[in-house]
Design a binder for this molecule. Structure first.
Ligand code: HPA
Length: 244
């Protein structure tokens, strides 16, 4: 086991879907995975491994915010040899062109976090998604007519942001949505030479004030899961690994 994950070596799949909410991890395992086995409940941060279309896949909660996802992603990459993490979460829309219920595939992640300062000093690193995961998720959305948009995310350390103008400034620079984890995840994938993608359903719109109902959020979450799972299967097929 690692410091925060109580799994034995080999209990976690090479491909991990990461919702913020540990109960979402359980929902993903029960809804989409065959023969799911729970491998973690340390701090209630549930993790499960099963298969999806014969491909081994895990679902692991990350908690909220970059320090939390940073801990889990670090341990998954460094101690469980995880090859790819796909964050599946929600975001707020910043761009007028993005509508609630759209799914943003996060190509890059700007951030107000200081987490990368000890790594790079005065240099501003540009955390970016893995291109193969991004294109596979995009292709899945195109084939299945799901409402995906590709562009930048803003990974903020503040859900309740006292800076009331930053949302519209970033929207002016083409950033599509705000969430709280992608930049740390992309940075750790870069550190460990692994793959990562953040796929986020739009739950609310910070500029127009539009919001989703609970039923819409659920449907949108299912669209997002199809894209994320399809991307992982396509990656697995391209990497030429044995199934099961
Ligand atoms: N800010 C940060 N994360 C979010 C938001 C938001 O407004 N909406 C959904 N996730």
């Amino acid at each position: 086991m690692s410091t925060h994950i109580g799994a034995a070596p080999g209990q976690i799949a090479p491909y991990v879907l990461m919702p913020g909410d540990p109960y979402r991890a359980r929902w993903i395992a029960e809804t989409f995975l065959e023969d799911p086995v729970q491998y973690n409940d340390v701090r209630g941060m549930l993790g499960y491994t099963g298969t999806y279309r014969g491909v081994p896949v895990s679902a692991q909660g990350s908690g909220m915010g970059q320090p939390s996802i940073g801990i889990y992603a670090h341990e998954l990459f460094s101690e469980y040899d995880v090859r790819a993490i796909v964050r599946v979460g929600t975001c707020g829309a910043l761009a007028e062109s993005v509508k609630v219920r759209d799914v943003i595939l996060g190509q890059a992640a700007s951030t107000d976090s200081s987490m990368n300062r000890p790594r790079f000093g005065d240099v501003t690193f540009a955390p970016a998604a893995d291109f193969d995961l991004l294109r596979f998720a995009w292709e899945a959305a195109q084939e299945k007519l799901l409402p995906a948009v590709v562009g930048g995310l803003f990974s903020s350390d503040q859900f309740y942001n006292p800076n009331t103008t930053i949302a519209s400034t970033l929207a002016d620079y083409g950033v599509l949505g705000v969430e709280m984890e992608a930049a740390a995840l992309y940075t750790l994938a870069a550190q460990f030479s692994r793959r990562a993608l953040a796929v986020c359903t739009v739950s609310d719109h910070l500029i127009t004030g539009e919001e989703t109902s609970a039923a819409e959020r659920q449907e949108s979450f299912e669209d997002m899961m199809v894209m994320a799972l399809d991307a992982v299967v396509r990656l697995h097929d391209e990497e030429g690994q044995d199934r099961g």
